[in-house]
Ligand binder design. Structure first.
Ligand SMILES: C[S@@+](CC[C@H](N)C(=O)[O-])C[C@H]1O[C@@H](n2cnc3c(N)ncnc32)[C@H](O)[C@@H]1O
Length: 234
């Protein structure tokens, strides 16, 4: 099974596909001062909760998403909320998209879609108007240590500064937020396995989910952080 198909199962019911709560994402939107007249590009837009939220605040939003099932869910959400005139979801790899210019660029948990955190910042900054705003969410160490796979939070800030972004806000997930996000994965897999007793990938999906669950509970919980940095071009 491909990663895309695996995540279609694992995140089949998630409105928000990162550890932030709805209230924390609304804080990010407030910090970005989203309003009518904003043109937002959201990279890795998933099932479209964030895009719909920003559109409900008056922005026009373009979401880029590789997973067709997520694109369908996001379009349905925008349609159900009466926001189709302000939300457009583009299916395919983000790097295939000719971006144009935006007042705001966001990427929550999908920097890998643009080649990693540094490459994502460079790409996003290039889409922004003068004084454009940015929100980028990623994982980082909690204890301040830094490796290539898991930088510290201050290192993420310094990299943003290298691309001319003045970081003016941070919204971080708590352990409770992480538990809610991770538990959603386990529950979705459990339900899928019950609904699909004869699926050829049933055992692999369950084994992968249990392995990720156990890694989370033994090594990651409380030591991997998740933060959304918000900033503006200097
Ligand atoms: C962790 S999820 C975050 C989704 C959403 N931003 C949210 O926070 O709810 C990462 C998303 O990036 C999408 N993605 C992965 N690779 C991509 C690519 N090359 N281009 C566009 N989207 C991609 C995944 O399908 C997934 O929906």
């Amino acid at each position: 099974m491909s990663d895309i198909d695996y995540f279609s199962i694992v995140e089949s019911t998630h409105d928000i596909q990162n550890p932030s709560s709805p209230a924390k994402l609304r804080e990010v939107a407030e910090h970005l001062e989203i309003g009518a007249g904003d043109q937002v590009l959201d990279v890795g837009s998933g099932r479209g909760w964030w895009a719909a939220e920003l559109a409900a605040m008056g922005a026009e939003v373009v979401g880029l998403e590789i997973n067709d099932e997520f694109v369908a869910a996001a379009r349905k959400r925008a349609d159900g909320a009466g926001l189709t005139d302000r939300v457009r979801h583009v299916a395919g790899p983000a790097l295939d998209f000719e971006p144009g210019t935006y007042t705001v660029a966001t990427c929550l948990g999908a920097s890998f879609a643009l080649g990693g955190y540094r490459a994502a910042l460079e790409w996003m900054v290039a889409t922004l108007v003068e004084r454009g705003r940015i929100a980028i969410g990623d994982v980082h160490s909690v204890d301040g240590s830094s490796t290539e796979d898991l930088p510290s939070l201050i290192e993420l800030v310094h990299i943003a500064e290298e691309f001319g972004v003045e970081v003016t806000g941070v919204v971080s997930a708590s352990v409770d937020d992480w538990d809610r996000y991770e538990s959603g994965h386990w529950k979705n897999v459990h339900s899928w396995v019950k609904r699909n007793p004869d699926h050829p990938d049933r055992h692999t999906v369950l084994a992968d989910s249990r392995r990720f669950r156990n890694d989370y509970l033994t090594r990651e919980r409380g030591s991997i952080g998740w933060s959304i940095l918000v900033g503006e071009l200097k």
